[in-house]
Design a protein around this ligand. Structure first.
Ligand SMILES: *Cc1c(COP(=O)(O)O)cnc(C)c1O
Length: 483
């Protein structure tokens, strides 16, 4: 398109002033004021950009101008509505990082609402009337949940200053697990060396890489072993007088199979004890309940590790725990106390909303009310329960062009927890006469609320494990309405 014809097209667009003076936009301008002006400006600017880019021709401009009032209304609605919205997760990935990981328990939402809408005793001791500490609200619950570990942690050799406090397990909360690792490494190993296996130098995604976090913490990474095989002797050989910490990292999102070797946790614990160097484990997922009860084996819980003698465990609040985004550091009280007095802790600490959500979530654990925590409930759902819902929904969804089948499949935990563990489920498999699977998915994403599905082998798959029961009806209605 020539510059000339483009300037012709520009001339056909109304100016913002002309647009705002149009009688059918008057009511909008009167009720919404500046927001309506901004919306009109945005619409005109977008059309100008499209003309400049050559994507809007003569006919396109004509159509755009005739529908400009609707465009301004749409723009305004969008500008004044939330960008962060609830979606229906029909992927079957329970801890879907892109979909916000753990949905919170109802009691957590209530506790957030009641404490956030008013003043609270966040850092105020109601007994003494003096300044208090924000940790106390969850520390008492962690004490209960990890009570079994007390007397097991504490690797200090006789005569070591840590000895006297070694019996107690203490926990602090920071912004996320990445922050927990950063704070722990900086507090325990700044200026010294940390020994890690080459098979555990992971990248978790979102640019969390163990070597990078290590260098930000001012600790020196001492890699040992090889990608597939590391022995406890490799750790032992690397220990020198600058060694501050032995680090074990949960591989989270990958597995090494084949010719592999990893020291057992117990071997690392005895080495740590023998040489009087703390052992830290970055668990990532960090379960506070028995994963074996839902058929997932080989995932160590926080309590297992502490009981076995690991000195410090770091884990996420919004992975297997099913709470708010947070990083939790549980371990030997003397070590955790060094983290608490680190000035980084102040920069990484969490707000009252997080404490409220975490306290309510932990309280559900203390009461052993596991079904109150949505992620735990989803993990505990049996294939049978899901199959019943899927069967019922499938009959409600049928429309002339939609083929609906119920098939066997697998849900996954996600969030880097138990990468190879799967939970048996039943899936609703959809194919549409007119739309491809990708197009069907796009339409589901465009519905309100958006529905996020999986595509496999030309089929759209819905896994009800991650769909709340009360959302089943919305799914049925949305699908029945697609033609
Ligand atoms: C998920 C994970 C992290 C990062 O945790 P965030 O809470 O997302 O910051 C760190 N380490 C491991 C092993 C993980 O699995």
């Amino acid at each position: 398109m020539t510059t000339n014809s483009k300037s012709d097209l520009f001339r056909r667009l109304p100016s913002v002033d002309e647009l705002l003076r149009q009688p059918d936009l008057r009511p909008l301008v009167e009720s919404e004021g500046q927001a309506a002006t901004d919306a009109a400006r945005a619409v005109v600017a977008r059309l100008r950009e499209e003309i400049t880019a050559g994507t809007l021709g003569e006919r396109g401009v004509e159509i755009a101008v005739s529908g400009i009032k609707e465009a301004v209304e749409r723009q305004l609605r969008q500008a004044l509505s939330h960008s962060l919205r609830p979606v229906i997760n029909a992927t079957g990935v329970i801890l879907h990082t892109n979909l916000g990981r753990a949905p919170l328990a109802a009691s957590a939402l209530e506790h957030i609402a009641e404490t956030a809408a008013s003043y609270s005793n966040l850092e105020f001791d109601l007994n003494s009337g003096e300044r208090g500490k924000r940790d106390v609200h969850v520390e008492r619950l962690f004490q209960k949940l990890l009570a079994d570990a007390t007397n097991h942690v504490g690797t200090a050799a006789p005569g070591h200053p840590a000895e006297q406090s070694s019996a107690a397990v203490s926990t602090i909360v920071v912004n996320n697990n990445a922050a927990a690792v950063l704070l722990s490494l900086n507090s325990l190993a700044e200026g010294g060396e940390v020994i890690v296996s080459r098979g555990e130098l992971v990248e978790i995604g979102g640019s969390f890489r163990i070597p990078d976090v290590m260098s930000k913490s001012n600790a020196l990474l001492r890699e040992v072993g090889t990608t597939n095989r590391t022995r406890v002797a490799d750790y032992e050989r690397a220990i020198n007088d600058r060694t501050r910490l032995l680090l074990r990292v949960h591989r989270s999102n990958f597995e090494i199979t084949g010719f592999t070797e990893q020291p057992a946790l117990e071997e690392l614990i005895s080495l740590a004890r023998k040489r009087n160097i703390p052992l830290m484990e970055d668990q990532g997922s960090g379960a506070l309940f028995d994963m074996q009860s839902v058929g997932i084996t080989g995932e160590p819980g926080v309590l297992d590790s502490l009981r076995a003698g690991v000195d410090v465990v770091t884990y996420s609040g919004d992975k297997l725990l099913g709470g708010p985004q947070a990083g939790l550091i549980s371990g030997r009280a003397d070590l955790v106390s060094r983290m608490r007095s680190n000035s980084l802790f102040r920069a990484l600490r969490v707000d009252k909303l997080t404490y409220a959500a975490l306290e309510a979530t932990l309280l559900a654990y203390v009461k052993r009310d596991h079904d109150a925590v949505p992620t735990l409930r989803m993990m505990r759902l049996s294939k049978n329960e899901i199959a019943q819902r899927a069967g019922k929904l499938a009959t409600q969804m049928r429309s002339p062009r939609l083929k609906v089948d119920v098939i066997d499949g697998e849900s996954v935990v996600g969030g880097g927890a138990a990468p190879s563990a799967v939970l048996p489920t039943q899936l609703i498999a959809l194919t549409h006469q007119k739309f491809s699977a990708d197009e069907l998915c796009r339409q589901l994403r465009a519905s309100d609320p958006p529905i996020i599905a999986r595509v496999e082998e030309g089929c759209v798959l819905l896994d009800l494990r991650t769909v709340f029961c009360e959302q089943d009806a919305i799914l049925a209605a949305t699908l029945a309405s697609l033609n």
